[in-house]
Design a protein around this ligand. Structure first.
Ligand code: NAD
Length: 259
């Protein structure tokens, strides 16, 4: 592991355009379970039920969705950024990181200190919501208070009364066009593409490492379990995101500054 950390520090130190790509695994050490590890959300809920189509189709579908949301939002609300999030901020502050492309919806990269324009969110953000009729924005926190007061399906303020939806991309919902284009453009411009904590099985997000690789970037993957793109990577580290990224920062800080 020490040699691998050294190898990653070497790649990062030589990079001129580093793009990080994060998934749920970067936030498990903040106490937010991922989807696919044992004990994850989908061990307890059936993902087929929580689709965009079911949310839009009926009040019953929205009621089920908000019941899940009422239970899961407090986990996101109380989570704090962990050393992996902080390490990425350090890379940005030291001009080593272009941006983070994330599949996460937990807002932890921004809370750790990355400017919002440096975080490309492919699956939206669970701390915000909006009315689908009039576009009025709502803090998810505000919606949570209504849910906890016993409202089963929150609606937009009168006179609108429209359907309120979290700003997350649900299963079956179209990907956000601007973010997808920006992510692909930045992935293709990267000379080092660093995957952290993603199973790389959720498409189209999982195309990003391939776009980067095809355009000539080195590919490094830090993940606890195997991914289908490991064979394409220049470096694979099976380890904890927080431990590995913090150790990389330590190595970089111990080095003389490169010109
Ligand atoms: P995933 O659940 O499919 O995979 C997570 C990966 O991270 C796994 O391969 C696991 O081995 C690895 N992992 C877990 N803990 C780790 C750690 N401490 N260090 C290193 N690796 C670790 O997640 P995904 O690839 O992001 O895709 C699933 C979808 O889940 C995404 O679309 C995302 O929107 C959503 N999601 C987000 C959050 C969040 O915002 N925190 C949480 C759960 C799910």
């Amino acid at each position: 592991m020490r040699d691998q950390v050294e190898a990653l520090a070497e790649l990062v130190s030589g990079a001129r355009g580093l793009v990080a790509f994060t998934g749920a695994g970067v936030s498990t050490e903040s106490g937010i379970p991922d989807f696919r590890s044992p004990g994850g959300v989908w061990d307890r809920f059936d993902p087929n039920e929580f689709t965009f189509q079911n949310f839009m189709a009926s009040e019953a579908g929205r009621r089920r969705y908000w019941e899940l949301g009422r239970q899961t939002f407090p986990v996101i609300r109380r989570a704090e950024p962990n050393p992996a999030h902080h390490a990425l901020v350090t890379l940005w502050r030291t001009n080593r990181l272009d941006c983070v492309i994330t599949q996460n919806i937990d807002n932890l990269h921004q809370r750790a200190g990355l400017p919002p324009e440096r975080v490309v969110e492919l699956h939206g953000n669970a701390t915000q919501a909006r009315c689908l009729s009039c576009e009025k924005p709502y803090a998810r926190e505000h919606i949570q208070a209504r849910l906890e007061d016993g409202v089963a399906v929150p609606l937009c303020d009168p006179p609108c009364g429209g359907i309120i939806k979290p700003r997350t991309i649900m299963f079956g919902e179209a990907m956000p066009r601007r973010e997808m284009e920006e992510a692909e453009r930045r992935a293709r411009a990267a000379d080092l593409f660093l995957v952290v904590g993603s199973s790389l099985v959720v498409y189209p997000a999982a195309y990003m490492p391939l776009h980067a690789k095809q355009a000539g970037a080195r590919l490094a993957i830090v993940n606890l379990s195997e991914t289908p793109h490991d064979h394409a990577a220049d470096l694979v580290i099976r380890g904890s995101a927080a431990a590995v990224l913090a150790a990389v920062i330590e190595r970089l800080q111990a080095r003389p500054v490169s010109p």
